[in-house]
Design a protein around this ligand. Structure first.
Ligand SMILES: [Zn+2]
Length: 106
C-alpha cells in the first residue's frame, strides 16, 4: 500500500512498488529538505518539494530502491540505488510515452 500527499508521484510510486515487488507500506511525503530525498527504514520516503517534477520522480525511484533494500533486510546501498534509479525512471517514462502514443493525433 502506498500513501502520498502528492498525486503526481503516485503513478511512478506504483510502478516502482510493483517492479521491486514490495509488500510493506510506503508513505511518501513531499516537503522542504536540504537533500533530494530520504528513505527511512520504516518505509517512509521524503522528497524535496523544490525539485522539478522529473527530478522528484528520479529521486522517488532512488528512494524506492532503498525501500526494497530495507525490506529484504539489507542496509542502504548507494551503488545499487544509483544504478537502478535510472532503469526504473526510464522504464516508467517509456510506459507513459506508450500511453501518449496511443492517443489519436489531431
Ligand atoms: Zn540513496
Amino acid at each position: 500500500m502506498i500513501y502520498s500527499n502528492k498525486e503526481e508521484l503516485l503513478n511512478c510510486a506504483m510502478f516502482c512498488y510493483n517492479k521491486l515487488r514490495l509488500t510493506s507500506e510506503v508513505i511518501i511525503t513531499e516537503k522542504s529538505l536540504d537533500v533530494n530525498g530520504y528513505c527511512y527504514e520504516d518505509g517512509s520516503i521524503e522528497i524535496n518539494e523544490e525539485l522539478t517534477l522529473n527530478d522528484r520522480l528520479l529521486t522517488l525511484c532512488h528512494e524506492f530502491v532503498h525501500c526494497a533494500q530495507y525490506e529484504r533486510g539489507a542496509t542502504a546501498c548507494e551503488k545499487e540505488a544509483y544504478k537502478l534509479e535510472g532503469e526504473l525512471y526510464n522504464e516508467y517514462k517509456s510506459t507513459i510515452h506508450n500511453v501518449v502514443d496511443e492517443l489519436p493525433h489531431a
